[in-house]
Design a binder for this molecule. Sequence first.
Ligand code: SAM
Length: 236
Amino acid sequence: MNFHVLTLFPQMIIDGLNTSITGRAIEKGTLSVSAIDIRDFSTNKHLKVDDYPYGGGAGMVMQAAPVCAAYNYVAEKMKHKPRVIYMTPQGYPFKQSMAREFSKEDDLVILCGHYEGIDERALELIVTDYVSIGDYVLTGGELAAMVVIDAVSRLVPGVLNNEDSAEFESFHNNLLEYPQYTRPEMFEGMNVPEILLSGHHGKVDAWRLEKSIERTKQYRPDLYNLYFDNLKTKEI
Ligand code: SAM
């Protein structure tokens, strides 16, 4: 899978993703991440890419022309129009189901804004998906883009060593994952729950489901309700 990030801070993207699991996948060739510097497409002699907002108000706005030129540079190498995600606090909340959907694409273009954002006309011309990583405002879209790339990458076959580990984890079936333990059996006077040492797979699965339900109810009542609604629909 190929990620193409349109940004004013390409080094942030490269430094952020070239380590750990994404770094290994890039080295293996399972993923590629290219960061395209929007400033390279400025036609201004001082390489300016922003200007004052029409109508007044604080801050600067990224101009449409360099953003569209950067997009055209990436898109002209592709056979069909790629999906273009604009990272914005005004977008649809990013979810695991979205990550799953994006992981089916061969190419994803991710557009990062800065300052007060990007001239609306550029967005209208090139963007297919508006995505937010949460109800807060970041200084730029780069950290948000890395969140999306990380979550999508681990669903691409071959990125995780053990593909099963992406299969049954939080948000699967609208439940949060159960608590995990590893050696030693006792730490600071606390034992691993007896049932996990029993070797009885049926009982372990039942315990894990119960803990998942308990956690989801406590921390994410919204998901807990969805889980039960889905169960009821299946029973009908
Ligand atoms: N003036 C914009 C508004 O109120 O919607 C916010 C602009 S923000 C300071 C600059 C850039 O950071 C945005 O263009 C976007 O790319 C990125 N950004 C900020 N918060 C974000 C979030 N919660 N999710 C995704 N991207 C975000």
